[in-house]
Design a protein around this ligand. Structure first.
Ligand SMILES: Cc1ncc(COP(=O)(O)O)c(C=O)c1O
Length: 437
């Protein structure tokens, strides 16, 4: 924990105190509200550094850490499920709730649609696509299941390729679709430590038959953190007339990319993961000329078949969450997408590099920069993942999650921007002690 004196010492050393207004001075004293403006100012001071150099500038990350308020009672290394919001974003959410509570139906009737369109424009810009190709959803599940259940091109007997490392809900959706409409799921395995992109692309290519219509690709595998070469898989698939669904739940606003880089046809993500929005925000993307191929889950015939708004008749919902996406986008830009990616990768490498040579420890995530970022997976030989996660929490108050699957066994370790190196040192020490037992 940083004492108040340390806090002010760091503030003046980094030159941020001079930029603080009197009101903000009071807030600083409470050691609480680090605004997006302040992060922007701090970012400008390190603009001359490469993202990899900036990733190691602890003075800068100190400010980012302070923008979040987290429980001091344990070390949270399970930020893969969902992200906390920076305090400023959470305050914006409260204001938006207040606003809509003061003028509920008035807001819904007059402002809801134009406001949503404005947020969609900002999101579309961040994703590098047109706002006519995206929909704000509640999460990846809603985005991808809209696509999976809506695919009109998938007929009885047609095949879909997926892997035993894809996310359970997407596999379940395809199982249900297969039961209802007779499509066939072809489940393949992928290596935990591939030597090249080609090795991965080959795994998909070998499973293709004349009946293959769709490939589901998990952009960043949630079990291990491995990043898959979506673009290369898409290029191979498209050359055979096969469509690609990218499950980018963990990749968006975590690694720096634009959706067109992936060359995918369909895409879903959760904004409450790495964009740090309030819970219940996601994004669906469908390439403009493919929108007509997807049936809506909810009735809406007022828009043309190729109009993304045909999916948006979802009923009354907490649109304060949608509105607050703008604040999260500002925070993301204030840090800088490349800098954020480099920091998350640095944090994963920080613990993984210290543990990787321990003969009792297995690193289940490839460490090459293009193959992973902030998420990782690690095992201790002789302990089940659940035992390991329990010991870490019960004895050391370090929270992770045990992953026990056919494809991988280990604990998932996911630091966040607010994670300190001291916390990772505590994790490394705990793992070394456990490995000795
Ligand atoms: C790869 C992957 N896809 C989909 C999801 C579902 O995300 P959500 O629960 O936000 O819909 C997750 C959640 O962790 C995930 O890791």
């Amino acid at each position: 924990m940083t004492s108040r004196r340390d806090f002010f010492k760091k503030a003046s050393a980094f030159g941020v105190l001079s930029t603080i207004s009197p009101v903000f001075g009071e807030e600083l004293e409470q050691e609480r509200l680090i605004t997006t403006d302040l992060i922007e100012k701090a970012s400008r001071k390190i603009a001359h550094l490469s993202p990899e150099e900036a990733a190691k500038d602890e003075d800068f990350w100190y400010w980012v850490q302070k923008a979040f308020v987290q429980s001091p009672n344990f070390i949270n290394l399970e930020n893969g499920y969902c992200s906390p919001q920076p305090l400023e974003t959470m305050n914006a959410l409260f204001k938006n709730i207040q606003l809509m509570n003061e003028l509920p139906s008035f807001y819904m009737r007059r402002n809801q649609n134009p406001d949503r369109e404005e947020v969609k424009k900002q999101l579309a810009k961040l994703a590098g696509v047109s706002s006519e190709e995206i929909m704000i959803t509640r999460n990846t599940t809603e985005a991808l299941e809209t696509i999976i259940f809506g695919l009109q091109t998938l007929k009885e007997g047609d095949e879909v390729i997926m892997t035993n490392q894809d996310y359970g809900s997407m596999l379940e959706a395809f199982y249900l679709r297969a039961r209802r409409y007779g499509s066939k799921n072809v489940i393949i395995s992928l290596p935990l430590h591939p030597k090249s992109n080609k090795e991965i692309v080959d795994c998909y290519e070998k499973a293709i038959t004349p009946r293959t219509k769709v490939i589901l690709v998990t952009h960043m595998i949630n079990l291990t953190g491995q990043i898959l070469p979506v673009r290369e898989i898409a290029e191979m698939a498209h050359s055979k007339g096969i469509e690609i669904i990218s499950d980018s739940a963990h990749a968006f606003a975590h690694i720096d990319f634009k959706i067109p880089d992936l060359q995918c046809d369909y895409f879903g993500t959760s904004l409450h993961k790495w964009l740090s929005t309030p819970l219940g925000a996601g994004m669906m993307y469908i390439k403009k000329d493919k929108i007509k191929n997807i049936w809506g889950l909810y009735g809406e015939t007022g828009f043309a078949d190729d109009d993304i708004r045909k999916f948006e008749r979802i009923g009354t919902h907490p649109c304060w969450t949608n509105l607050t996406i703008s604040n999260a986008i500002r925070f993301h830009h204030a840090i800088g997408a490349k800098r954020k990616e480099a920091r998350l990768r640095y944090l994963k490498n920080y613990w993984a590099e210290k543990l990787k040579n321990n003969p009792k420890i297995l690193i289940n995530v490839p460490l090459e920069a293009e193959r992973s970022c902030g998420l990782g997976n690690v095992a201790v030989i002789g302990k089940t993942p659940t035992q390991l996660a329990d010991i870490l929490y019960d004895k050391y108050r370090i929270f992770t999650v045990g992953i026990e699957t056919e494809a991988v066994n280990g604990i998932r370790v996911t630091p966040h921007l607010y994670t300190t190196l001291e916390e990772l040192d505590a994790f490394v020490k705990a793992m070394e002690e456990i490995a000795k037992t």
